[in-house]
Design a protein around this ligand. Structure first.
Ligand SMILES: *[C@@H]1O[C@H](CO)[C@@H](O)[C@H](O)[C@H]1NC(C)=O
Ligand SMILES: *[C@@H]1O[C@H](CO)[C@@H](O)[C@H](O)[C@H]1NC(C)=O
Length: 119
């Protein structure tokens, strides 16, 4: 009888441990989201021809549209850091202003935006 009690308590111990591990993973994912939120709130508005649209409950995604507003490419941002989100848009050829009222250079005013090899 005592042997059986011990067995159960060991199982409980293992179970608690794996729960704790799962919470750690959850925490990591939440952090990545916060960074995307900062990107969306603070960085995305500085990019020319990038529009931020809030859709309640939706995962953050980057939609690349053609001149007729049709979707050409869709990239999930959930797992990217704030820095990676910035790099992604720059790599896609978009122009980031340093201040709200900075003038956009002629060549970036309108698309098509071409992928850049290096930044
Ligand atoms: C982009 O726009 C054109 C019209 O200018 C349309 O015919 C075409 O299907 C669109 N491309 C994509 C990939 O949606
Ligand atoms: C983010 O990462 C998780 C776990 O690594 C994965 O299951 C999920 O599909 C990823 N999401 C995107 C949008 O790439």
């Amino acid at each position: 009888m005592r042997g059986r009690c011990l067995y159960i308590s060991v199982i409980l111990g293992v179970f608690t441990f794996s729960l704790a591990e799962e919470q750690l993973v959850d925490k990591d994912i939440a952090k990545a989201r916060v960074e995307v939120k900062q990107f969306i709130k603070e960085d995305a508005p500085l990019f020319h021809n990038v529009q931020v649209k809030y859709i309640g409950g939706a995962v953050p995604e980057l939609l690349l549209l053609n001149n007729s507003d049709q979707e050409v490419e869709r990239i999930g941002l959930s797992n990217l850091s704030r820095e990676e989100c910035n790099q992604l848009l720059l790599k896609k050829g978009f122009y980031k202003k340093t201040t709200d009222d900075e003038e956009v250079p002629e060549e970036y005013l309108n698309g098509p935006y071409k992928e850049r090899e290096e930044l």
